[in-house]
Design a protein around this ligand. Sequence first.
Ligand SMILES: NC(=O)c1ccc[n+]([C@@H]2O[C@H](COP(=O)([O-])OP(=O)(O)OC[C@H]3O[C@@H](n4cnc5c(N)ncnc54)[C@H](OP(=O)(O)O)[C@@H]3O)[C@@H](O)[C@H]2O)c1
Length: 307
Amino acid sequence: MSLDPRAERRRPSLSSPRRDVLMAGAAGLIAAAALPGGEAAAHTAPSGAGRHGGTGGFAGKTVLITGATSGIGKATAYAFAKEGARVMFCGRRTELGRSNEREIRDSGGEASFRRADVREESDVAALVTECVRHYGRIDIAVNNAGIETPRPSPLHQQSVRDFDAVWRTNARGVFLSMKYELPRMLSQRRGVIINTASISAEAGFATIAPYSASKHAVASLTKVAALEYADKGIRVNALAPGAVDTPMLRRAAEAFGTTYAEIAQDYPIKRIVHPDEIARVIMFLASDEASAVVGTDVDASGGYLTG
Ligand SMILES: NC(=O)c1ccc[n+]([C@@H]2O[C@H](COP(=O)([O-])OP(=O)(O)OC[C@H]3O[C@@H](n4cnc5c(N)ncnc54)[C@H](OP(=O)(O)O)[C@@H]3O)[C@@H](O)[C@H]2O)c1
């Protein structure tokens, strides 16, 4: 046992399976198959969507968000709409997408849902085309869609199928999204891209090799794109959430029989972050206030990566 609890925390021992599971579940986001009726565990919709209550800070901007049927993406779609942006968003669950679209519009915001699977090149290409056709441009792209490791286990027990599923969604999905967003932004000579990475992009976590590898890839794709387009008016950054109250984290907590209170102990702020707090980090990175921020993976975990 290390005298440094953080060293212990970061290097869970394979000889301590329960501890490993808690570590990975708490910090790196594991989780098994989705609970039946998954979205039943969704967080409550952010309040005040639409024009009411916002300052209009993103009025006239078009924002494209992948994976906004639930969780962080949903909170981000609502937050941008509240600030006056036009939001095009995707996910695979059409009913949820339509319901979010309706809720934003009913409260005075502007949003459009299009079903798209980020693993499919043709879906991503069509999503980008639809955004430009409908709203004329893409000022801000939030490439957020992601899944957790379906079956946490040591690497040699991970199936190729699970590795591919996570890789195709998290890494290939972000690659495809940027591949189709960037040409549009180049023609506009302006744009901002924010990719949702994770603290798993910055540290290794036992039992979730597919997720951790995919998020390292997101951070890497972010850095490379940032370098390639920084002098062309396009800023690319990532953010690294830790434990955020979303269906993904709820699945993880349930699957591993742990509680939010236990998970929170791994973080200096000793609490679970609300998706609205992540939305605000994304909005900062998207804003002109972040004009000098390029190619980073911003720690939005409440200090996990500090020590
Ligand atoms: N919650 C956390 O503690 C945490 C921590 C670090 C990083 N993250 C990252 O944050 C992002 C959002 O996760 P979340 O926590 O908000 O989980 P979530 O509630 O499960 O949301 C994931 C979103 O991604 C979408 N998605 C998944 N696969 C997709 C696909 N193939 N094509 C299109 N959309 C897809 C889902 O929509 P459909 O199911 O409708 O397709 C859903 O809208 C992920 O990249 C995740 O890795 C989360």
